[in-house]
Design a binder for this molecule. Structure first.
Ligand code: ATP
Ligand code: MG
Length: 393
């Protein structure tokens, strides 16, 4: 039976019964002559999930994928699919396929034959029907007789995907597959890729340095930095409760403010860590406080920071700071992004939806600042406050 003939419902029930094998990397390490690209990486990708490996250029993403595909040999560590170790298995013997950024289609073959390639090589019968089903999955049935140079980048990407999926890999590795597409096409393909993954129910491991792309598509994101995983979790978990300054800055943006823990107090809503922040006491839920004593960085996302002109009531109870002055206003359509200079000489970012609730505030306006305590987090002072900051290009 072909892959596409498997109905989505059938696949979904497979997964709920726990079939399929998870991909597990244990202490995986790759050292090149003078450089350690991947350091003792541990991660598990559950069968049938969409997993994103997210990190800046050079952090070791491609090296990790190449080891899973069998194109690079690890220096140490193991790779398992379920209970089977595949660390040293030949690439063609692994139930793994890769889609690269440069689609590497055969330019002289038409789309149908490009997709049929893997089956023909394995001397499979009934090629035509399976190819048609694949082309229908990626919505290219009508283009079967075109050649790659006659197609757009997005269409070629879908052909590359169909060509990989027709081999029914257990794990599909995608290395920046959307990198060559323009922004609008990228956004469309992200949703398309997610739809296809849900439909076929295979395990997708998607490598990207685009945090928005990872958040749009993935069930789980592993944030990678200099060869190690900084944090792993659902997009919402990582965004709401980052454990490192790198994750706080690389996944979205964060205000990080120096403070010192003064006490931990019990309340009916759970324990709260009190922090002295330039003379103001602020509260942070204990499960978001990744330091319990000494100095730390108080983190708060810009859209959680509320500002009001001096003397007007603030919405949020709790963490409340006075003495801010607006130093920059950027109108970006859906929102307005303010920079607010605080008395201790640091500019905080505040992003406000343009709901029309009140006119945009002008530069020079004196404001009070607040945020709900439940949105704050606390990170160790030993971490670099600028780690993972993405420079605006
Ligand atoms: N064959 C090699 N010999 C020596 N160093 C290598 C080799 N291949 C990769 N590296 C180094 O290992 C590091 C990780 O490379 P890798 O290609 O895995 O990064 P990446 O996360 O995929 O980056 P990008 O987002 O730019 O594709 C880089 O610093 C790279 O220079
Ligand atoms: Mg790479």
């Amino acid at each position: 039976m072909s892959l596409a003939a498997d109905s989505a419902a059938h696949r979904a029930s497979d997964r709920s019964q726990g079939e399929g094998r998870s991909l597990r990397l244990t202490a995986l390490t790759k050292e090149f002559a003078t450089f350690t690209a991947v350091r003792s990486l541990d991660l598990e990708v559950p069968a049938g999930t969409f997993f994103a490996l997210l990190g800046p250029s050079g952090c070791g993403k491609t090296t990790t994928l190449r080891m899973v595909a069998g194109l690079d040999t690890p220096t140490s560590g193991t790779i398992h699919l379920g209970d089977d170790e595949i660390t040293y298995e030949k690439p063609y013997r692994r139930p793994v396929n890769t889609v690269f950024q440069n689609y590497a289609l055969f330019p002289h073959l038409d789309i149908h034959e490009n997709v049929a390639f893997g089956l023909r090589r394995r001397k499979v019968k009934d090629v035509d029907q399976q190819v048609q089903e694949m082309l229908s999955l990626v919505e290219l049935e009508a283009q079967a007789r075109k050649k790659p140079p006659q197609m757009s980048g997005g269409q070629q990407q879908r052909v590359a995907l169909a060509r990989a999926l027709i081999n029914r890999p257990e794990v599909l590795l995608l290395d920046e597959p959307l990198g060559a597409l323009d922004l609008k096409l990228r956004r469309g393909m992200q949703i398309e890729l997610k739809r296809i993954q849900t439909e076929v129910g295979l395990t997708f491991v998607h490598v990207t340095h685009d945090q928005e792309e990872a958040m749009t598509m993935a069930d789980t994101i592993a944030v990678m930095n200099s060869g190690v995983i900084e944090q792993m979790g659902s997009p919402a978990e990582l965004y709401e409760n980052p454990r490192t300054t790198f994750v706080a800055n690389f996944l979205g943006q964060s205000n990080l403010i120096a403070g010192a823990v003064s006490s931990t107090v019990s309340s009916t809503d759970g324990d709260v860590v009190r922090v002295d922040m330039h003379g103001t006491q602020v509260s942070i839920p204990a499960d978001r406080a990744h330091v319990r004593a000494g100095d730390g960085w108080v983190g708060i996302r810009p859209e959680k920071v509320l500002i009001e002109p001096l003397g007007e009531p603030l919405d949020a109870p709790g963490n409340h700071l006075t003495g801010g002055v607006i130093t920059d206003v950027s109108f970006v359509g859906v929102s307005t992004q303010y920079l607010v200079m605080m008395p201790w000489g640091q500019e905080l970012m505040s992003f406000e939806q343009n709901t029309g609730r009140r006119p945009v505030l002008a530069t020079g306006t004196k404001v009070d600042v607040s945020w709900r305590p439940e949105f704050a987090f606390l990170l160790p002072a030993s971490q670099d406050v600028n780690a993972g900051v993405v420079e605006e290009s």
